[in-house]
Design a protein around this ligand. Structure first.
Ligand code: CTP
Ligand code: MG
Length: 234
């Protein structure tokens, strides 16, 4: 089964507070979208890349994608299909826009946040391996280090879940394509914040594989500074 990756890069990055959409902000001389694509292209499994970009940045996104493909696979570029499509008002709408250009050749789809710019190729491979072993949905996650409380509207603690059973979820999240497209079409709950959350409501078991610290999401300037520093240490 061939593997499509939908890279959602259409957010504005309000919490980062830069002068451009977050995916086009640079870290160590490369845009976050460029970093993401470099990692994805280093995973041998990927045959189709769909970048979901802000409508204002379609041409820029296409340039970043073409440059990444040229750099990574100058000879085999024609074996890789690529699309750039405009995103929607929220992340879910942007994922849906990306899914809309997939077809029956794309047996597996991975959905990835461009904001997790340094998620390594091995993480993509791990998720794909899980899908190839027969799961319909596979997500990477890390144990949580803090104790987590559930509170009510008045900030009164309702519950302390057993930390051993909690995981902090990352992307890429991988799915048999039809499992994800059905969940996107059928689940109406607007509180769901990730793709696996939609699939969970549709009843498909979701397999968790180990995440990676490099796959942390860049949300604030502190995150950007921290990852730039980690890159310098390599
Ligand atoms: N995303 C998207 N379309 C949207 C909103 C978000 O494609 N309408 C993408 C972002 O580009 C990002 C990923 O979803 O790669 C995770 O979202 P987040 O980190 O929240 O990014 P932003 O929404 O851009 O940031 P903020 O919430 O601070 O504005
Ligand atoms: Mg957001």
């Amino acid at each position: 089964m061939s593997v499509a990756v939908v890279v959602v890069a259409a957010g504005s990055g309000a919490r980062l507070g830069a002068d451009r959409p977050k995916a086009f902000v640079e870290m160590a001389g490369r845009t976050l979208l460029g970093w993401s694509l470099e990692q994805i292209l280093a995973s041998a499994a990927v045959t189709h890349i769909v970048v979901v970009a802000p409508a204002s940045h379609i041409v820029h996104a296409r340039d970043v994608l073409d440059a990444a493909v040229m750099q990574q696979q100058p000879l085999t570029g024609e074996q890789l299909r690529t699309h750039v499509v405009p995103g929607g008002a929220d992340r879910r709408a942007s994922v849906a826009a990306g899914l809309s250009v997939l077809d029956e050749r794309d047996g597996i789809v991975l959905v990835h946040d461009a904001a997790r710019a340094l998620a390594p190729p091995a993480l993509f491979d791990r998720v794909v391996d899980g899908l190839r072993s027969g799961f319909g949905a596979v997500i990477p996650a890390l144990p949580v280090v803090d104790t987590i409380k559930r509170v009510d509207a008045a900030e009164i603690v309702v519950e302390t879940p057993d930390r051993e059973q909690l995981r902090a979820v990352q992307t890429p999240q991988g799915f048999v394509r039809e499992v994800l497209t059905h969940a996107h079409d059928e689940v109406l709950d607007e509180a769901v914040t990730d793709d696996a959350g939609l699939v969970e409501r549709s009843g498909t078991p979701i397999h968790v594989v180990p995440g990676d610290a490099w796959a942390m999401k860049i949300t604030t300037q502190d995150d950007l500074g921290y990852l730039a520093w980690r890159l310098q240490q390599l």
